[in-house]
Design a protein around this ligand. Structure first.
Ligand SMILES: Cc1cc2nc3c(=O)[nH]c(=O)nc-3n(C[C@H](O)[C@H](O)[C@H](O)COP(=O)(O)OP(=O)(O)OC[C@H]3O[C@@H](n4cnc5c(N)ncnc54)[C@H](O)[C@@H]3O)c2cc1C
Length: 454
């Protein structure tokens, strides 16, 4: 039986990054993927990463014209429901062909010594006499192969095949995503009939969870996401198309995919185990992007796991625990807070959205530009919100129920931030923390609790 320090299940963005960094630390790493190298990550063509994140995490570089990089752009506007009052949210974004970039990331991981085996599907976990993970079985060419290891990383995406196969009581939630916990995303690669400047630059409409990204192979990629399935997404798209006053276009290609919209598991680690990427629901609550969102946890995991595994040590739940603490005190609390905020904030009509955008209230450059990061509102900011909310209600632009939802979003978001800050330093006190978190998430609700008739 072959022996590795680490076995990673899934070799897409999450798996490749962890493989590269742990191999660089001198560990023997095996990454298995059920796809062939030629077909890995075929779901959709173009994906985006912020350039500053690619630099921060030292990801392989691309440049326009290399066949992998599709388009680089930096101007982005958040738009009101009727495509008015743009709020600038500038950041340099790199659009890339996803399959080609994953292959590049695979080679980047292999360069540092990680072994990648394609067409190898995870079968089961192996446990030692104390019930702790110490290996993996996978299927390759119709045969079962068993390898031993000290740490298994689940990077298998939405199916979370390893996390969900863990025995009850292993210390990790085994939830499976239902259609209510998933954003169904449709991308339309379009050419506009009239080439107007504004339609060739990046824009985002919070009111419909839709966006336009510039593209090299067509004028733009029009994207939209919603819970409940692709039929419902199409209804949302019709509303978006009409209200946002899109110019005429022809569709060159349509792609569909799914991205998690569920809080992350309360703990990512247990004895000899860690979950990352979509398998741990690490997607940005405002747009569903997950490639760089996962790297925050992964970099913490690299630092903590490499210490926990020094000199042949077994990475126990206790030894890996600070991954939970460090993550939940940073991006974990920000994503929890943003998810609760958006759950309340999105429950309003296009009319209310237009009013709030117009008066730079709630949907202000300051708040929209700071999404996913801690936000400090001054007393003046708060007073302005209260004043314009009142004007909105009196002028019949906003309903009281809409304001109630927005306010409860703000309150739940603040409570979750505080709670995630108190994430326990050790597994002691975790159960109590989870019980309180459950109450807060119940109050916050889910995006899918609101399904406007379209
Ligand atoms: C239409 C669409 C557009 C998106 N656009 C963006 C974007 O622009 N930017 C962004 O950051 N995010 C985007 N996302 C989200 C992003 O695609 C995911 O968050 C990201 O791919 C998650 O990476 P991952 O490595 O965790 O999982 P995945 O990319 O899903 O990879 C999982 C890997 O595990 C393998 N696997 C699964 N089961 C097994 C098994 N049993 N055995 C072995 N291997 C297995 C799969 O073959 C796959 O290679 C988009 C999502 C969609 C649907």
């Amino acid at each position: 039986m072959k022996n590795y320090d680490i076995v990673i299940v899934g070799a897409s963005t999450a798996g490749s990054y962890f493989a590269r960094r742990m191999a660089e630390k001198g560990f023997s790493v095996l990454a298995i993927d059920k796809s062939s190298r030629e077909k890995i990550s075929p779901e959709y063509d173009v994906f985006h990463m912020e350039k500053k994140d690619m630099e921060k995490y030292g990801l392989p570089k691309v440049k326009e014209g290399d066949g992998i990089c599709e388009f680089i752009f930096s101007k982005q506007d958040m738009m009101s429901a009727y495509s008015n009052y743009p709020k600038a949210a500038p950041t340099e974004v790199v659009g890339m062909h996803k399959h080609d970039y994953i292959v590049l990331m695979n080679d980047w991981a292999a360069e540092s010594g990680a072994e990648i085996i394609y067409e190898a599907a995870f079968d089961s976990l192996i446990y030692d006499e104390n019930g702790k993970i110490n290996g993996v079985t996978y299927e390759k060419d119709g045969k079962k192969v068993t390898v031993s290891c000290r740490l298994v990383a689940d990077c298998s995406g939405i199916p979370a095949v390893v996390r969900r196969s863990l025995p009850d009581g292993y210390g990790i939630e085994k939830f499976e995503l239902t259609p209510d916990d998933i954003l169904y995303v449709v991308l339309r690669y379009v050419d506009f009939t009239e080439k107007k400047g504004r339609w060739l630059q990046s824009q985002f409409w919070l009111a419909y969870k839709s966006w336009l990204a510039p593209s090299a192979g067509s004028d733009a990629i029009l994207g939209i996401g919603a819970c409940f399935g692709f039929d419902y997404v199409e209804k949302c798209f019709k509303q978006f198309e009409k209200n946002a006053r899109l110019p005429g276009y022809t569709v060159k290609k349509i792609e569909k995919g799914r991205t998690p919209y569920h809080r992350a598991p309360y703990s990512f680690v247990s004895d000899g185990f860690i979950a990352m990427g979509d398998a741990a629901c690490l997607t940005k609550p405002n747009c569903g992007e997950g490639c760089t969102a996962s790297l925050v946890l992964e970099q913490i995991a690299v630092d903590v796991a490499s210490k926990a595994m020094e000199n042949g040590a077994y990475p126990t739940r206790e030894a890996l625990w600070s991954i939970n603490k460090l993550y939940n005190n940073t991006q974990g609390k920000e994503f929890a807070s943003l998810m609760a905020l958006l759950t309340g904030v999105v429950r309003h009509s296009p009319k209310a959205n237009e009013f709030l955008f117009k008066h730079d209230v709630i949907f202000s450059e300051k708040i929209l530009g700071g999404m996913g990061r801690e936000l400090e509102l001054s007393v003046g900011d708060m007073l302005k919100i209260v004043l314009f909310v009142l004007i909105g209600i009196l002028s019949l632009n906003i309903k009281i129920s809409e304001i109630r939802s927005i306010l409860s979003g703000l309150i739940n978001s603040g409570k979750l931030t505080e709670h995630y800050e108190k994430f326990p330093e050790t597994p002691d006190g975790f159960e109590q923390w989870v019980n309180e978190a459950e109450i807060l998430w119940k109050k916050a609700g889910k995006l899918s609790d609101w399904k406007p008739e379209l």
